[in-house]
Design a protein around this ligand. Structure first.
Ligand code: ADP
Length: 246
């Protein structure tokens, strides 16, 4: 079976700042990988490298078995960036329009069929925002907007969901519901990579953990991560570990 993401000895620097050093990791189909580490430890950079949004200075990255620089199946990936929760910069389109855009890569706008429209309806229903379909995306709450982005990924039939701190600014109740949604999508076979600063949330949900602080301190199953001292090592003495239990 082909891995969804394969990184080998990947290094990336912003000018003089090395953000990711010599990281190797593999994400298999169906994994729920939690990506943890202190602020500024290279989590977002690593995610961007995985998705081909940065080119590595050194090392090799494959997405769905293709070298990332040649990867041409963008519809297989749903990316919810950190900015997705904030109102700024969002296009003034309705939720349905935004989710329908998830079908464009597959069908092309002018060739959208009734089946495509049904898939959009299903995606809205799966994430629980059918009643918000005609609202403008920039009028939604952060949590509702996250769901709209997930629905867009579902509409494109993405099999990898990459989420960068998706619940920042989302209230606790919506956050729990959101993570339940991620669990059920993962149960349906969607591969998930989640950056989340609350370690307890990640260890409760993810079956695998990548813990980084520029370098990789752990990559493996959650149980062995919890039993190891990788977290303390990665956070060192200066970092602050956010560790809530639900
Ligand atoms: P995290 O997501 O873990 O908070 P980032 O990947 O955002 O970490 O950042 C890793 C390091 O790279 C930090 O030292 C950060 O300051 C630096 N960095 C991130 N983005 C840029 C950028 N666009 N230009 C220069 N340095 C950056």
């Amino acid at each position: 079976m082909t891995a969804i993401v394969e990184m080998e000895n990947v290094t990336f620097a912003y000018g003089e700042t090395v953000a990711v050093r010599d990281v190797s990791l593999t994400i298999e189909a169906g994994d729920f990988l939690g990506l943890v580490g202190p602020n500024g430890s290279g989590k977002t950079t690593l995610l961007h490298l995985m998705l081909g949004l940065h080119s590595p200075d050194d090392g090799r990255i494959e997405l769905f078995g293709q070298p990332v620089e040649a990867f041409d199946r963008g519809e297989r990936i749903g990316y919810v960036s950190q900015k997705a929760t904030s109102r700024g910069g969002t296009m003034p389109v309705t939720v349905r329009e935004a989710v329908t855009m998830g079908r464009f890569a597959r069908a092309g706008y002018s060739r959208l069929t009734d089946d495509d429209r049904a898939i959009v309806d299903d995606a809205l229903e799966t994430v629980g925002i059918t009643d918000l379909a005609e609202r403008r995306i920039n009028e939604l709450s952060g949590g509702q907007r996250q769901r709209a982005y997930i629905a867009r990924a579902l509409a494109s039939e993405a099999d990898l969901l990459a989420l960068d701190e998706p619940t920042v600014g989302v209230d606790a109740e919506s956050r729990d519901a959101f993570y339940k949604l991620l669990d059920s999508l993962n149960d349906d076979g969607i591969t998930i990579v989640l950056i989340e600063h609350d370690i307890g949330v990640v260890t409760d949900r993810a079956d695998r953990i990548a813990c980084i602080n520029t370098e990789l301190f752990h990559h493996g199953d959650t149980e062995s991560f919890v039993e190891s001292d990788a977290l303390e090592q990665a956070y060192g003495t200066t970092g602050q570990v956010v560790h809530h239990h639900h």
